[in-house]
Design a binder for this molecule. Sequence first.
Ligand SMILES: Nc1ncnc2c1ncn2[C@@H]1O[C@H](COP(=O)(O)OP(=O)(O)OP(=O)(O)O)[C@@H](O)[C@H]1O
Ligand SMILES: [Mg+2]
Length: 497
Amino acid sequence: MEKFDWQDNLFESLSFPTLILTPDMTIFAANRRFLTKYSYIDKKIIGRKCYQILYQSEEPCQESSCPIKHVLANKEGTYVLTKTTGPDGAEVYEDRVCSPILNSNGEVGYIMASFRDVTKTKLLEIESQKTSEFLENIIASSASAILVADMKGVILRMNKSARKLFGYTDRVAVGTSIAEYLYTPGGAKSVMKKLRSTDYGGVGKLYTTEMTIITSSGEEIPVEMTASIIYQDGKEVATMGIYNDLRPKIETEKKLKEAERIKLEQSNKMASLGQLAAGVAHEINNPLSGILIDASLILEELDEDNPIRKDIQNIIIDTHRCKDIVKNLLAYSRQTEMKRELFNINDVIEQTFDLLAHHALLQNITINKEFSSSMLMCEGDKNQLVQVFTNIIINAAHAITGKGDITICTSRDKPKGKIYIEFSDTGCGIPEVALPKIFDHFFTTKEEGKGTGLGLGTVQSIIEKHGGKIKVKETSPEGTTFLIELPLFKVADDTLF
Ligand SMILES: Nc1ncnc2c1ncn2[C@@H]1O[C@H](COP(=O)(O)OP(=O)(O)OP(=O)(O)O)[C@@H](O)[C@H]1O
Ligand SMILES: [Mg+2]
């Protein structure tokens, strides 16, 4: 059998491009792999310096980046990772591994330098590093407190929000036991029990649960928590908890409850005040009618040039005003019975204008009626709706100083079963501060004797009794539009009228 000298073939058989260098960095030998890979197959490289061939430089590399210097000094192998650009412009990563070949005196006689292309591995490593940095960033920047602990409860990771919530710095908290510091007695055990049960979101998961945590200063904080077990190769390796501070929510709920309590107290007060006012209104209604009749009779008796005519006319105007207030008070406190009759809304608006025709306030105002030609059939109390429209029209007229317009536009949406009535005026508009209060009872911006602040409150309660809604559609110093929505009458078989 032919004798096989493996040592002779070793150098050429190496699967990495390899050079043999002398300690002064001269190339002594290069294997075929090296010559092919770096395109030196027909070129002379033996006898040249490694930095001339590898880096096209006439100067040796800096000591810190040259592995050969390390090999010579320590007589042991080492490697450097280099990044170069390939012929196609792509990044190429190479591990340049240098190993000493010692002579019989134990000195470094030669150096073997192998070049391993690690681009694929390196790019994967960079990609995975980027992904983990990205995930790390997500955790770090989360507004929720996130805490990761190993299965013994030792904290591994705490994001910024968690450090803030628990009041710990990373240095102090990481490496300490959760059970000991962060939960109330038995808290950590209970979380683990729930995590391993099937009842709280499945094994390994704990859907939102409320619990108490303890901060570094010993303060107990109510939180909402979700948790999960992190598995690796099917084994439990860590737990992750996400916590949200419940204090702001609890505080808001408390404030809301308090506001509701005050509102209830207020509406109770208003109800008894309303009852009282309604009682008084009821009592003065009849005497007012008497005054009105008597004053009208006196006026009829007086000659045209009688000087007290003006006074009697003022008595009549003021008594009308008193009667309006009484009407509003009675309607507001629901003392008036609500009738159920069927009518066309356009007719009720016309009727309102007939009643207001001689009202002094409307004399300089142009009324535009843009009525729908469809039947706007509505079921309810016609007189109460006359009162609604009167209040709105009088308010509009009050808002207009001098000349102006009031436009009433009616329409319907049959599929939605709704009637829409818009009252627009060219008045002064409602100031932003007043807007939330205009439907409140007794809210008025008018001077004493001109407004009681019951008008819109009454309007709202009548509209709501009819199953409708009222709102300010728009308001500005150029004018205001009120929008009323009423249900379109439905006949028994549910078809809309
Ligand atoms: N069309 C409007 N333009 C501007 N402001 C308005 C208009 N309608 C109502 N307001 C404002 O809303 C307030 C409340 O109106 P509301 O009708 O409830 O009371 P009032 O008119 O002041 O008194 P009352 O109607 O009881 O005589 C008014 O004082 C006024 O400031
Ligand atoms: Mg009014």
